[in-house]
Design a protein around this ligand. Sequence first.
Ligand code: TXA
Ligand code: MG
Length: 321
Amino acid sequence: MSDPVSDVDRAVDALRRRGLVAFPTETVYGLGADAASDDALARLYSVKRRPPDHPVIVHVGAMGQLDELARHVTDSARALAAACWPGPLTLVVRRRRGVVGDRATGGRDTVGVRVPDHPLALELLQAFGSGVAAPSANRFGRVSPTTAAHVRTDLGEDVDVILDGGPCSVGVESTIVDCSDAGAIRVLRVGGVTLDRIAAIIGHAPTLATGGEFAAPGTLAQHYAPDARIEIVEPEDLATAIAAHGHGNHLGVLALADVALDVTGVTVLSAPSDVDDYARVLFARFRDADRLGLDVLFVVPPPAGGIGDAVRDRVRRAGAR
Ligand code: TXA
Ligand code: MG
């Protein structure tokens, strides 16, 4: 067994040397680099194979660091940070110049900031002391990793240190809320913090701006996609859909346990017990679909509302082509 304390020390050392460190968060694993170093960011973008104009989220170990990165932090942004951090919420705020590299923000006047809720992440970020730019630790356009093994499979030798904190407890990425404009609070990506929770904190429903690619570059329609073709079906259409595709195709199903699965000739990838469980296993099941060489994965999405919104969003993107 490795000693987690010395692993964090090694990881901090790697960050200081402009290296790349994969670390667990409650949402998905991140691929971290010193946000103040353009060299480290250049390497991060090249390993991710990410277009240079896609900004990354800057992770910090304490809420107080928001003011080091941001200027003009609105009351709503502060309220959201106070209520949700550490947690699966990213705030887009006006950035202070000269703190994080221009590469981290895709040249924008804003920066995305988050305090993740995972003990190993917090230990790393607090020991490092300043912002760590971290996109999800997968190659661009692929499914986000929710275990250290996923990171190893995707990035292998391209990462200097991988901190293993076990499987992620939330399983879908953070909710991104744009508070850079005092006039309107806009949700750019649905995720681990529900829309109801945001509405309760700010006192009204936020504007949904999750469709456009411009708002949060990287939330492309076709994203989070396994190689297997994703077919989104309603429970009552499942049997018909399977019958229509059954000839010579290797089929799989992902649906909540209470959805009737009295179908044959199909690999039931998993039957999550509830919607939180569905979010937790979603990306791992997408990977299973490829490992098993499935041609088609039928996905019966969970009901809308709560974290079901984030699951439905990721399923829809995985199914887009
Ligand atoms: O849960 C998460 O947010 C994970 C973990 C590792 O923290 N990170 C993550 O990062 O999902 P990534 O790079 O895969 O997605 C970040 C998203 C991108 O769609 C990016 O466009 C958006 O955040 N983003 C970052 N900074 C932004 C900014 N200043 N303005 C608009 N969108 C921004
Ligand atoms: Mg990502």
